[in-house]
Design a protein around this ligand. Structure first.
Ligand SMILES: *Cc1c(COP(=O)(O)O)cnc(C)c1O
Length: 438
């Protein structure tokens, strides 16, 4: 199909290819109760993932002492960012009338990004599978912190393709267990992430091209070696479920903070999106907890809106951003993905409310705004979340069709999911703060 045919079938492609900031309403959304039985994964799969993380908690607490206060649970705070809300209302005319909260996955223990959920979960699951199959594990999960376990896992390799943060989480946990870990990195990955991994003894292979090729190569190398395991960011259900567990914990935090989520109190969640696994898994978990009272939106850079292209055209991984003339290059390195996950696109196609895109310039402006108003630094990719809060009011028809009246919006809660940032070094922070300043 040529570009003109594509635009005729899916008119929004015209604005996407011009790298405009857009909002796409998902026309396929159904009541969650009607569709959840037909999804490839179920609530019982989230139960299973949650229970596995609980089994590993004693090991995590021992190996990563910063998790000891939460007894080995890797979890982040949920905080009110009232001053940021005022900033967005004043500088961007966002018109947010409800509460604005920040979910600080940027400050998750072990690897400082949302990937500390999915990535670490998948390494742990694989390790449990191997240990059980080889009669290494009985009841005590602190056995994973033993010489015997290290000697065992040294025989095995893990490969992963990454724009940066997935590599960090897999690399750090892989190295902690003793695996030979190789991270295949795209050109967009930041040098400090590569250096940090090398310091941990992880092998970093760099690719001149984009993320999809790094993934392909990793997959190929791992397939050649029976002692090798490939973390497949495009197709992994383990990653997806590791992310999904977050929603249950968020529900507890909302209860503790006495924030209601019900018909009168809708919840809006804004999720930065790269290949789709993290926002997809989080949204899947959120829909299971809150059903139709939660509205989940993905946010992508204007130069790398791969999930938007895949979902809006229905072509999923058969289209990439370069096909419509975009570069895929963005300051949001964690979101610099040209081709979306088909598994995620198909899974979320009936429950994700919509997708926004955001310019690099605005990412840096949000970054500075958050730092100035709240004193919190998060990386550019994570700042994409604020675009949802800023642009929601411009989605008039969406709001009307969902009965989101001014009254319900005043009672609403908006969560910007801050997906990464605490490990960004000082000089990188300063560069991000200065970027695009008018
Ligand atoms: C990976 C990442 C995302 C998006 O996750 P995907 O699974 O690639 O969609 C968002 N923000 C940050 C900081 C990330 O590292």
């Amino acid at each position: 199909m040529n570009i003109d045919q594509l635009i005729e079938r899916t008119p929004i492609v015209e604005q996407i290819r011009a790298a405009k900031e857009v909002f796409w309403v998902n026309p396929n959304v159904c009541p969650f109760d009607e569709i959840k039985g037909n999804l490839p994964l179920a609530a019982s799969d989230i139960d299973d993932a949650e229970a596995r993380l609980a089994r590993f908690a004693p090991f995590i607490a021992r190996k990563f002492p910063e998790t000891a206060p939460l007894h080995g649970m890797i979890e982040s705070p949920l905080t009110d960012v009232e001053r940021m809300k005022d900033f967005l209302n004043e500088s961007y005319d966002a018109g947010v009338t409800g509460r604005l909260l920040l979910k600080l996955d940027s400050h998750l223990a072990v690897s400082g990004s949302v990937k500390a959920r999915g990535g670490i979960y998948e390494v742990l699951k694989h390790s449990e599978d191997l240990a059980l199959a080889n009669n290494l594990l009985h009841d005590d999960y602190t056995v994973f912190d033993s010489e015997a376990a290290r000697a065992f896992f040294e025989k095995y390799a893990i490969h992963v393709g990454s724009t940066g943060n997935l590599g960090l989480s897999i690399g750090i946990m892989g190295a902690a267990l003793g695996y030979r870990t190789t991270v295949h990195m795209s050109a967009d990955a930041k040098a400090w992430k590569k250096n940090l991994l090398r310091e941990k003894g992880v092998t970093v292979v760099e690719y001149a091209s984009d993320y999809s090729l790094a993934v392909q190569e990793g997959r190929k190398l791992a397939a050649e070696d029976p002692f090798s395991y490939f973390v497949d960011d495009e197709n992994s259900t383990a990653l997806f479920l590791g992310y999904a567990v977050a929603a249950r914990r968020l529900k507890k935090q909302l209860v503790e903070q006495e924030i209601a989520v019900d018909a009168a109190h809708p919840l809006f969640v804004y999720l930065p999106c790269g290949v789709g696994g993290a926002p997809g898994g989080l949204a899947f978990g959120l829909k299971h907890e809150f059903g139709d009272h939660v509205f989940c939106f993905f946010i992508e850079p204007t130069q790398a809106p791969c999930m938007l292209l895949g979902m809006a055209t229905g072509l999923h991984n058969e289209i990439c951003v370069q096909d419509v003339g975009l570069t895929g290059r963005t300051t949001a390195d964690g979101l610099a993905v040209g081709r979306p996950s088909k598994f995620v696109g198909k899974t979320v196609e009936k429950f994700v409310s919509g997708i926004f895109t955001v310019s690099d310039e605005n990412l840096h402006a949000y970054l500075r705004g958050l730092l100035k108003t709240e004193g919190v630094f998060i990386e550019p990719s994570a700042c994409a979340a604020f675009q949802g809060a800023v642009k929601l009011r411009e989605t008039g028809r969406f709001l009307a069709e969902n009965g989101l009246t001014a009254e319900r919006l005043r009672a609403a809660c908006h969560i910007a999911w801050a997906t990464g940032g605490s490990m960004v070094p000082k000089d990188e922070r300063e560069a991000a703060i200065k970027a695009f300043r008018a």
